[in-house]
Design a protein around this ligand. Structure first.
Ligand SMILES: *Cc1c(COP(=O)(O)O)cnc(C)c1O
Length: 464
């Protein structure tokens, strides 16, 4: 057994660190060793249980009810509200869209979202045949513009099934004007979903002044991920609906086969009780007061990093943050991709975000409680990284390459063409290069459809 576990540990050698507060995307570290231990123990102990049938494992149904009960006051849910535990933010959003589509039952259903809505809405559009209408945000604040969303809603009025906003958005960390947009949806008799996947376990303990949750009458559903700021192991999100009738189309049953009658509240059928038990245990261990302290630490750290960015030449905040996420842009003396590589070389992982429509390329920083301990080091790392990136200068993508990329129609490319393009982009084989800036700069220059096609071709090869 020890051999196998040692091999498993060795496999992690090239993974990003999940702890230490210096991986500023993907992972969330409370810095509380005991909370981690509680989560791991619960995960292991319930790993083999099956949420397929809550009557066979009543413990799982009980824990799900407890988590919903915990969340309900945090989001000002009315007494009628109901909730479901899902495997993650994407599944919560998929279900919110599917439920809205099926409740409306219209031909060619459409939803209206700001351009900053999470990619999970695009995935839902793709899976469920819902047209996604993305409305530009305000370039100064990066927030949704209610008037523009109203125009978009009216353009698809007879087939509009859902409107969504973020609290906050992943890319820029700002909360959309939830009340204004929800009122527009309510006026039109349409559902409004608040994507609080990342902010759901932060905003309730922050001083954010505007109403953003189920306290807003027009908000019909809300998603909040526990595997983010509730600091629970991966695989748990909550989807709340204002009342049972709104949730009803989410459920699926099939008696059309000779086996057990299939009965599911989520997309998965067999699902491990491990993540649910871990979330139950960690939230209970940390407790509401514990989260209040973690959020205070996180927001103070976010404010400190924001000040650091404001005080550093050549970099700036792309938006004023409303919660614990920062988007950092640069001036022309350097590019964000080179800066990301420089920070990475100094032990700080930040996530590059490509330019989109009129929005600049940025670096995404998710600050968690454990980041507080590294602040002094980050001050030095950022200063040195900016200096190094300025010295190197921005990666230049040759204009003829940019033009060629713009002219390529990904639908016409065959496997060999993708092999060639991936080699050109530096994405060959199973290992990604140490310095990602040249790759990212090229991808950034590619139109979104081509970028998607290239990355799919890359993933396809990675998993052959
Ligand atoms: C993380 C996130 C999601 C998607 O959640 P996953 O758990 O990664 O599937 C959706 N919306 C927002 C705002 C997020 O931050």
């Amino acid at each position: 057994m020890a051999d196998v576990l040692a091999e498993l540990e060795a496999l992690r050698a090239h993974d990003l660190p999940t702890h230490g507060g210096r991986t500023l995307a993907y992972v969330y570290d409370s810095g509380l060793a005991e909370a981690d231990a509680v989560g791991r123990a619960a995960l292991a102990s319930f790993g083999a249980t099956n949420g397929l049938d809550p009557t066979a494992f009543p413990s799982l149904a009980a824990m799900e009810r407890d988590l919903v009960a915990l969340a309900r006051p945090l989001f000002h849910a009315p007494d009628t509200a109901v909730g479901t535990v899902t495997s993650g933010g994407t599944e919560s959003i998929l279900l919110a869209v599917q439920t809205a589509r099926d409740a409306a039952g219209v031909h060619r259903p459409a939803m209206v979202v700001p351009t900053t809505a999470h990619g999970a809405f695009h995935k839902a559009a793709h899976y469920f045949g819902v047209e996604l209408v993305a409305v530009d945000v305000d370039l100064a604040t990066m927030r949704a513009v209610p008037d523009a969303m109203a125009v978009a809603m009216d353009a698809v009025a007879d087939r509009l099934v859902l409107v969504a906003v973020s609290a906050p958005s992943y890319a820029h960390g700002v909360v959309d004007p939830v009340a204004a947009v929800a009122a527009l949806a309510a006026d039109r008799g349409v559902r409004c979903h608040v994507d609080a996947c990342i902010g759901g376990w932060v905003l309730p303990w922050s001083a954010y002044p505007e109403p953003w949750d189920l306290a807003v009458a027009g908000v019909t559903s809300l998603s909040a991920d526990l595997h983010k700021y509730a600091y629970t192991p991966k695989g748990v999100s909550l989807l709340l609906h204002r009342d049972p009738a709104l949730r009803r189309p989410q459920f699926f049953a099939s008696a059309d086969w000779p086996g057990y009658t299939m009965l599911n509240a989520t997309m998965q059928s067999t699902r491990s009780g491990g993540p649910l038990a871990a979330a139950w245990a960690v939230t209970r261990h940390i407790g509401v007061e514990g989260y209040r302290e973690l959020v205070a630490t996180t927001l103070a750290t976010t404010a400190a990093v924001a000040d650091l960015v404001r005080g550093t030449e050549h970099v700036r905040l792309a938006a004023e943050p409303d919660a614990s996420l920062l988007a950092v842009a640069t001036d022309g003396a350097l590019d964000v991709f080179t800066l990301a590589d420089e920070l990475s070389g100094r032990g700080w992982f930040v996530q590059p975000q490509m330019a989109f429509r009129d929005l600049p390329a940025t670096l995404h920083l998710t600050i968690s409680a454990a980041t507080a301990d590294g602040l002094d080091d980050l001050v030095v790392a950022l200063r040195d990284s900016v200096a190094a990136a300025v010295a190197a200068g921005p990666v230049v993508v040759a204009p003829e390459l940019r033009a060629a990329a713009a002219a390529l129609d990904p639908a016409t490319l065959d496997d060999a063409a993708f092999d060639g393009l991936l080699a050109l982009a530096g994405l060959e084989g199973a290992a990604v290069p140490d310095r990602m800036a040249p790759v990212n700069a090229l991808l950034d220059a590619a139109p979104p459809r081509l970028r998607e096609a290239l990355l799919i071709a890359f993933l396809d090869r990675l998993t052959r």
